[in-house]
Design a protein around this ligand. Structure first.
Ligand code: AP5
Length: 208
């Protein structure tokens, strides 16, 4: 089973593509953002520690996230990592314990991302967590999840000020991973501006 990393800026479609890919190749979808949001919702010690970072659009400290990921991937023969690694330090820590098969970089320009994040709505039921987009993937009934009928809401860190901070953090901390994985011969770029189904075909081609 393959070990895949999906790389790209906030809102490029990592979560969307990870969901489609994992359903197709039957490996677990490991999203570090979801793990951190769950820790906050459960009010765990980790959740309390990371809350200010998440709220401000900064990264959670490497030491915390690396331990969480090590625990999550332990013993798994394959997976899709969505949102990890996000710093060169995290990437080096991962390289020390795992052999990654492919890194798919989903490339989308900032103006498209701003629109996607402002239109993203998520199901407020933590057990569901379905993701919609008012422009590209709207729910059948306004403000209502198609899957569980719970209320849809905007993600707290999608407000314009925090979303901009997340983009800046990506450029400074995470974009260097493109060269990091290119140098290892693992990087496969795909065009994230296409409709979701077309991006999914490109992602699948990139991992084969
Ligand atoms: P996280 O939850 O991972 O957020 P992110 O990386 O900022 O990514 P997003 O979830 O915002 O976007 P996405 O690329 O998954 O896009 P999506 O598919 O939803 O992380 C949140 C926070 O956690 C971080 O800021 C940080 O604090 C912390 N954190 C997490 N990991 C960390 C780490 N490793 N180290 C340190 N801190 C960490 O799509 C976006 C929207 O666009 C949706 O509405 C979707 O429907 C729509 N869409 C998707 N694809 C398309 C398409 N092709 N066409 C049209 N619309 C599309």
């Amino acid at each position: 089973m393959p070990k895949i990393i999906l790389l790209g800026p906030p809102g490029t479609g990592k979560g969307t593509q990870a969901g489609l890919l994992c359903a197709s190749i039957k490996v677990p979808h490991l999203c570090t953002g979801d793990m951190m949001r769950k820790a906050m919702a459960d009010d765990t010690p980790t959740g309390r520690l990371v809350k200010p970072c998440m709220a401000s659009g900064a990264l959670v400290p490497d030491s915390i996230i690396i331990e969480v990921v090590k625990e999550a991937i332990r013993g798994l023969p394959g997976y899709v990592l969505d949102g990890f690694p996000r710093t060169v330090f995290q990437a080096e820590a991962l390289s020390a314990i795992e052999s990654i098969d492919r890194v798919v970089s989903i490339e989308t320009p900032p103006e498209v991302i701003v629109e996607r994040l402002s239109n993203r709505r998520i199901c407020s039921n933590p057990a569901c967590g379905a993701v919609y987009n008012l422009a590209s993937n709207p729910p059948k009934i306004a403000f209502t999840c198609d899957k569980c009928s719970d209320v849809l809401k905007a993600r707290a860190d999608d407000n314009p000020e925090i979303a901009l901070r997340r983009q800046q953090t990506y450029l400074k901390e995470t974009a260097p991973l493109i060269d990091f994985y290119k140098a290892k011969g693992l990087l496969r770029p795909v065009d994230g501006t296409k409709p979701m189904e077309e991006v999914a075909i490109s992602v699948m081609a990139a991992i084969c």
